[in-house]
Design a protein around this ligand. Structure first.
Ligand SMILES: [Zn+2]
Length: 386
């Protein structure tokens, strides 16, 4: 990525960090060099910061657990849908498999990333440090986060986000250790009550850790008047970021709007599995058989098995739920960038990376640039889940 790039320009309606959409010409190499107001810019082309997906298992037949080649495939697939930065996400599995997957992700990063794909800034370790009682679609290979295992993980220098259940023995100590190494701590796949989650978040806030909800509402208790559950504790926290799988299957638009009303830190994620982009058929997740039918992926037990979502569709769904373009873009780019402590991307501003997505008036992806390099925006995947 160090090869010099010709200066390029894009004209259209450019979304500024202020939330204003202005007709402008954007000049860039690897970085954005200028945003120049231009009243002649086409009105039907929207230029937004590229999407940042902090939770994605796979797509186009590939899964992050399969190794480096699969990581490249999923990075290219999601780049075609506007994702310019992502965290390949592991699943709960025997420990050696998890470590092997993390090594594979590290290898791709060490080789300079994925030409034609999204920038990989680390891995999301989703499990095995979760509750055996709230697996969702994760296989029953949960483990406790012992100091030895945390040391093993941190030595690989690849994990940038983790999902952990606060009630698992050793969860807080492990979280302190990982937060010290700059890892975002996600609360998820948990049976904890609201009080336990609040105490966990308060302890982490006190040491300046970045925290989040792993797919808010999914694989955690719900909200009731007398039983607030993890969602209420996470939404009420003054610092926690909130991942949401906005495919209108995992989360109802009304529950999404509640999260948006409660917090400015909602982030869109895909949680996409390998069948994303492939249509109906038989697939696989963490060694389990998955049936994909009518745009939904289920285990044979009936559990939702990840999503078939892409970030462009998540943005559309957010706007259909009544969110403005500026806010939806924040949820897809600016907020996830902050949650990962990435200060070089997430908005359109001179000096930041030229991670760009160009959309038509109906929010379909036209062009995508990762660090100034154009990637091919393939034809769109089959119609979205409804
Ligand atoms: Zn996941």
């Amino acid at each position: 990525m160090t090869t010099p790039l010709q200066r390029q320009t894009l004209s259209g309606q450019v979304l500024l960090p202020s939330g204003e959409l202005i007709p402008a010409r954007l000049e860039f190499g690897h970085q954005i060099s200028a945003i120049l107001p231009d009243s002649t810019a086409p009105t039907h082309r929207l230029i937004l910061p590229g999407f940042i997906d902090t939770h994605v298992h796979g797509g186009s037949g590939a899964d992050a657990m399969d190794g480096p080649q699969a990581v490249r495939t999923l990075a290219r697939f999601h780049a075609a849908h506007g994702t310019t930065t992502l965290l390949p996400t592991t699943i709960t599995n025997p420990w050696e498999n998890v470590l092997a997957a993390l090594r594979g992700i590290r290898q791709v990063m060490d080789e300079g990333g994925v030409p034609g794909g999204a920038d990989i800034v680390g891995a999301h370790l989703e499990g095995p440090f979760i509750s055996p009682g709230r697996l969702g679609a994760q296989p029953p290979n949960t483990l406790e986060p012992t100091p030895e295992r945390i040391a093993e993980v941190l030595a690989l220098n690849v994990v940038r986000a983790v999902t952990i259940a606060p009630e698992v023995p050793g969860a807080l100590e492990a979280s302190f250790e990982m937060a010290r190494a700059g890892v975002r701590i996600g609360v998820g796949h948990t049976r904890a009550d609201a009080e336990t989650v609040t105490a966990f978040l308060n302890a982490l806030n006190a040491v300046g850790a970045r925290t989040c909800a792993t797919h808010l509402y999914n694989a955690m208790g719900g909200i009731e008047g007398r039983i607030p559950g993890p969602p209420a504790a996470l939404m009420a926290d003054a610092h926690a970021y909130l991942e949401v799988i906005l495919d209108n299957i995992h989360v109802h638009p009304g529950s999404f709007r509640l999260a948006c009303a409660a917090s400015h830190r909602v982030m869109l994620i895909t949680d996409a599995m390998r069948a994303a982009g492939l249509g109906d058929g038989i697939s696989e997740l963490g060694g389990q058989r998955v049936i994909v039918k009518d745009g939904q992926a289920h285990l044979e037990s009936g559990s939702l098995a990840g999503s078939l979502l892409t970030m462009d569709m998540a943005l559309k769904n957010a706007m259909q739920a009544g969110i403005s373009l500026a806010e939806a873009s924040q949820m897809a780019s600016g907020t996830p960038a902050r949650s990962l402590n990435l200060s070089d991307r997430g908005m359109l501003e001179p000096g930041l990376r030229a991670d760009l997505v160009v959309l038509d008036a109906d929010l379909n992806v036209l062009e995508v640039y990762v660090g100034g390099h154009k990637v091919s925006a393939e034809p769109q995947t089959p119609e979205p889940p409804r």
